[in-house]
Design a protein around this ligand. Structure first.
Ligand SMILES: NC(=O)c1ccc[n+]([C@@H]2O[C@H](COP(=O)([O-])OP(=O)(O)OC[C@H]3O[C@@H](n4cnc5c(N)ncnc54)[C@H](O)[C@@H]3O)[C@@H](O)[C@H]2O)c1
Length: 254
């Protein structure tokens, strides 16, 4: 396997982020598994080294803190090399109605899902520019950005803004050799989603009824799209939001 360089994956301790870390490692990337959950990230990093023989380490970060984002990029450079790929997967999510949501809850969703994505993208792009290196960013968005769901006002707003900064930063940073894209998943069969279904808190059959391909996404299917967008095969793709949703957003039926 060719050594492709260093990728930072946030939210890498579990769910779609850990699948992205695994898929990037399998494709030959050394992976910095960055998460608030340091123990979870450490377990994933150890597995990357054992399963794929790539360098990997865990780094605790709160992406809603710009200073911590800068430290994450420096730590990657100091420990395993200058990162040239960033996968922004970490997110905070709580359901709440527009009438009942506390302002602190609103602010937290926007702080992590939107502000954190921007802070880390900026720190990463600054390091690329300082080293005169090309690179790419893949943001994990959501179909919630275009297909609104009750109880997801803050999350949908943050993800819609993530689509927007994906396009804006692609314009600004394209001339610098930095591509910026997003992958927008529909409901994905992570452990969290499975647990919500088991607890009767998520009506998966109703969701699946709206998906032409007739099932939830697998985390590895989101990760496959991320690996593609980071690859040389995607060298002329930037500023795009790729829905990986089994046709969910194409469906205008009742
Ligand atoms: N699971 C789905 O059905 C689904 C659907 C559409 C989009 N998404 C998006 O995919 C991404 C991953 O989703 P998931 O379901 O795997 O998430 P998850 O909740 O299972 O994992 C999120 C990870 O982010 C970390 N995190 C949270 N706040 C953080 C912070 N401030 N700084 C650093 N790390 C932080 C958590 O510790 C956790 O490990 C998210 O961006 C989510 O919005 C998920």
């Amino acid at each position: 396997m060719d050594d492709r360089g260093v990728a930072i994956v946030t939210g890498g301790a579990q769910g779609i982020g850990s699948s992205c870390a695994a898929a990037m490692a399998e494709a030959g990337w050394s992976v910095v598994v960055a998460d608030l959950d340091e123990a979870g990230a450490a377990a994933v990093a150890a597995k990357m080294q054992a399963d794929h023989g790539v360098e990997s380490f865990a780094h605790r970060v709160d992406i809603s803190r710009a200073d911590e984002c800068e430290r994450l990029v420096s730590a990657a450079a100091n420990r395993i090399g200058e990162p040239t790929v960033l996968v922004n997967c970490a997110a905070y999510y709580r359901e709440s109605s527009g009438l009942e949501m506390e302002v602190e809850e609103w602010a937290k969703v926007i702080d992590v899902d939107l502000n954190g994505t921007f802070y880390l993208s900026q720190a990463f792009a600054r390091s690329l520019v300082a080293g005169n290196r090309a690179g790419c960013i893949v943001n994990i968005g959501s179909v919630s950005s275009t297909h609104s769901m009750s109880g997801k006002t803050a999350y949908g707003a943050a993800k819609a803004a993530v689509d927007s900064i994906t396009r804006s930063l692609a314009l600004e940073w394209g001339p610098l050799g930095i591509r910026v894209n997003a992958v927008a998943p529909s409901h994905t069969a992570t452990e969290t989603i499975k647990r919500l279904e088991e607890q009767g808190l998520l009506a998966v059959d109703q969701i699946v009824a709206r998906i032409p391909l007739g099932r939830l996404a697998e985390p590895s299917e989101i990760a496959d799209a991320v690996v593609f967008l980071c690859s040389d095969q995607a060298r002329f793709i930037t500023g795009q939001v790729l829905a990986v949703d089994g046709g969910y957003t194409a469906n205008g039926a009742w």
